[in-house]
Design a protein around this ligand. Structure first.
Ligand SMILES: [Zn+2]
Length: 166
């Protein structure tokens, strides 16, 4: 799937939705965003990021400065969470990770589904001497067979980004 972006503007928010593969064709400089609002970056449909795409991404996030309402990353899939955890500079400075998609797997029936984990309810970042916290249940009722499904992640690794100091 090739790279696309879509911008939705409201008086108080700029919402940019990315989709597809973030690679050398991801031209972030073509994205024209209003400043002095709140920036929401929706990553839900990003399915892959390669090294050239990541390079473009990092150059782009460095240019994101004047968002008085803050910068929020929304619906981050595993491929994005992975980069947050391993790649310095991936997260824009002062950005908040608003929500991430956690894959769940049911051993009984093989069903896979995503759970949307949200900041504040399901996890908290380290802040002001307080350590980070993962509050979400790592077991959920399978949406297909009703048995127990488990989060298909290693929490200590997956939530590494919560340790980041801002
Ligand atoms: Zn099941």
């Amino acid at each position: 799937m090739s790279f696309h972006f879509k911008i939705e503007s409201t008086p108080s928010q700029e919402i940019v939705q990315f989709s597809g593969t973030v690679d050398e064709n991801a031209k972030f400089n073509d994205i024209n965003l209003k400043q002095n609002t709140q920036l929401i970056i929706d990553m839900k449909n990003v399915n892959l990021l390669n090294s050239l795409g990541l390079r473009n991404w990092i150059l782009w996030v460095k240019t994101l400065k004047q968002y008085t309402g803050g910068i929020f990353l929304r619906n981050c899939p595993n491929v994005v969470v992975h980069q947050m955890n391993v790649l310095d500079g991936f997260l824009p400075l002062h950005a908040t990770v608003e929500s991430i998609l956690i894959p769940f797997l049911c051993d009984s029936c093989g069903h896979e589904f995503d759970y949307l984990a949200t900041r504040g309810k399901d996890y908290k970042e380290a802040f002001d001497g307080q350590s980070e916290a993962v509050l979400m249940p790592l077991e959920q009722t399978c949406t297909k067979c009703g048995k127990i499904a488990e989060a298909d992640i290693i929490p200590a690794k997956h939530f590494q980004f919560l340790k980041r100091r801002r």
